[in-house]
Ligand binder design. Structure first.
Ligand code: AMP
Length: 338
């Protein structure tokens, strides 16, 4: 275990876990736990930047943990914990807030997007939202991780994490923090599109019928897929797929066999495709992918003692690693007396 590269990633408990989370992040976690020294967590502090609802948070935390386990994360193979169970995180976050500049945080595209969506909901922008990338940076470097399995939407956060880690190293004349990079077994970071062609699948914003949630019943999955945005079909052989259709093919590639994808691709190129047939196939393949996860999730979510034990043991392991990093960083900064 000790010679393995260190991996960190997390998920925010801000709503139901969806296929974007699964294929963009969790599917990679499942494989990586056998090859790397992995730390996976539930980012409950992050939820507070936009969702300060005390009643929902425990439900979403339990859900996220149960889904992690249902998808195949094994507490004997990886360290599974809740972000707020590591007091070292807010301490290192405070130290890194001294290294981050207000101007650079304001320029980050995800901050600007979140400001827009918060304002559209009539909500105020808290300072935690501005410094969210600092917290995210600390989540990664708290275990001095090198690899971060995330979706494409997190690229800008990884870039700023490298900037802050390098700045710390430069200011302390050290090479204490490695530069972390995004990781996906497919080599490129994934972006799972929404079903209404309005961007990426997401849990907190937008239209719930545009995302497939891992808790969705078979009937709901079929309904959502059949209502996905398409168009009236190609008119010229081999024409470029418009975004909405390219999205349907992207989803098909995630859950269907290569033969099925090739079959519909050929029909598209010959202008004989019927989107109803494609959607029916997609819906069945989605159901086959999601149904076993949902069933395992239901059993695990009902077992409170097991969930408690997993996060207690995971928290203990994670605090040992976080503490070593925090003490090392404090010494380099000069916060070490007598
Ligand atoms: P979040 O839901 O923002 O906490 O994201 C948890 C993980 O899921 C992160 O690694 C994201 O990059 C990934 N993720 C979220 N939405 C998508 C999506 N639509 N496509 C691919 N990855 C995603």
């Amino acid at each position: 275990m000790t010679n393995r590269e260190i991996v960190v990633s997390g998920i925010r408990p801000t709503g139901d876990v969806h296929l974007g989370n699964y294929f963009g992040a969790i599917a990679n976690f499942i494989k990586m736990q056998h090859e790397y020294n992995c730390y996976f967590f539930i980012a409950d502090y992050h939820a507070l930047t936009t969702h300060p609802d005390a009643k929902e948070l425990p439900i979403f935390v339990r859900d996220a943990l149960s889904i992690y386990l249902a998808c195949g994360l094994d507490p004997d193979q990886c360290t599974l914990y809740i972000q707020s169970h590591l007091p070292q995180i807010p301490e290192l976050y405070l130290l890194f807030n001294m290294l981050a500049y207000k101007g650079e945080l304001e320029k980050i595209p995800t901050f600007k997007e979140k400001v827009r969506s918060q304002e559209a909901l009539g909500k105020s922008i808290n300072a935690g939202l501005l410094t969210y990338p600092v917290l995210m940076c600390v989540d990664i470097i708290i275990h001095r991780a090198q690899k971060v399995p995330v979706g494409k939407d997190q690229e800008s956060h990884l870039e700023i994490t490298r900037t802050f880690a390098n700045r710390f190293n430069y200011m302390t004349g050290s090479s204490f923090f490695p530069e972390p990079y995004g990781f996906s077994y497919g080599n490129t970071l994934l972006r799972v599109p929404s079903l209404d062609n309005s961007g990426k699948m997401s849990k907190s914003e937008g239209n719930p019928s545009a995302s497939i949630f891992l808790k969705d019943e078979d009937k709901t999955i079929r309904q959502k897929i059949m209502r996905a945005t398409s168009d009236s079909g190609p008119t010229v052989p081999n024409q470029t797929k418009p975004d909405a259709i390219a999205n349907l093919f992207d989803l098909l590639r995630l859950v269907s066999s290569p033969d099925t994808v090739a079959h519909f691709d050929e029909q598209y190129n010959q202008c004989t495709i019927r989107y109803g047939d494609l959607k029916k196939q997609l819906a069945e393949d989605m159901v086959r992918c999601v149904a076993p996860l949902r069933e395992r999730y239901q059993a695990i979510a009902a077992d409170t003692n097991y969930l408690r034990r997993v996060v207690q043991e995971g928290g203990e392991k994670a605090r040992i690693s976080a503490n070593a990093t925090l003490q090392g960083a404090k010494e380099l900064i000069g916060l070490s007396y007598f």
